[in-house]
Ligand binder design. Structure first.
Ligand SMILES: [Zn+2]
Length: 179
C-alpha cells in the first residue's frame, strides 16, 4: 500500500542543491527544493520523514504556545530585564567587555539572540524568559563573545570554552526545547 504523503507547503529555490524540510512552530510542514526537482521525488522525501514529522508535531502540541505581544509577554519581559540587568554587568566584567551593550528584548522567530558589534547592541529573544537562567546566561555569553569575534570560527568557540565550559550542554538543552 502506498504511504500517504503528509501535507506540506513547497517553495522552489534557485541555487538550492537539496530538499530541506522543516516543521514550523505552528506545526506546518515547509519544504524547499531545487527548481527542477520532480514532485514525486519531493513527495517521497516527505514520506521518508513522516515519522519524524509526527514526532515533532506531537512535541509541539505539548509545548506552550509561542509568545504573542500582550500582558503575558510584558510580564515576562520585565522579569527577564531584571535577570539581564544582573547578568550582563557580571559577564561583561568576566569577559573584558568594557562598555555595557544596549540590550533589546523582543519576540524573535528563529534566533535566541543577535549581536551588532559595531553598534554595541544585543537583542535577546523574549522566549528565553521561559527557558531558565542557565539558558539566558548561555545566550548572553554567546552574544558577548561576538563583541570580539563576529563569526562562529575556532576563536569564537575558544572564547566560549574559556568562559562557559558547559556551553554545549546548555545549547543542546535549549535547542531540544526549541519551537
Ligand atoms: Zn552567534
Amino acid at each position: 500500500m502506498k504511504q500517504p504523503v503528509p501535507e506540506y507547503r513547497l517553495t522552489r529555490r534557485r541555487g538550492q542543491r537539496r530538499i530541506i524540510l522543516r516543521v514550523e512552530g505552528d506545526g506546518q510542514v515547509k519544504v524547499s527544493a531545487p527548481p527542477n526537482t520532480a514532485t514525486r521525488t519531493i513527495d517521497a522525501f516527505v514520506v521518508s520523514k513522516a515519522a519524524w514529522i509526527a514526532e515533532r508535531t506531537a512535541l509541539l502540541a505539548e509545548m506552550e504556545p509561542a509568545l504573542v505581544p500582550g500582558p503575558q509577554a510584558d510580564a515576562l519581559r520585565a522579569h527577564m530585564r531584571s535577570d539581564v540587568a544582573r547578568l550582563m554587568p557580571l559577564w561583561c566584567a568576566r569577559m573584558g567587555v568594557e562598555t555595557l551593550p544596549k540590550v533589546t528584548i523582543k519576540i524573535m522567530k528563529s534566533r535566541w539572540g543577535s549581536c551588532n558589534a559595531v553598534r554595541h547592541t544585543i537583542s535577546l529573544n523574549l522566549e528565553l524568559a521561559r527557558r531558565g537562567t542557565d539558558a539566558l546566561e548561555y545566550v548572553i555569553v554567546h552574544e558577548l563573545a561576538h563583541v570580539f569575534e563576529q563569526n562562529h570560527g575556532p576563536a569564537f568557540y575558544a572564547l566560549m570554552d574559556r568562559h562557559l565550559p558547559d556551553w554545549k550542554q546548555r545549547r543542546a538543552h535549549l535547542n531540544t526545547l526549541q519551537r
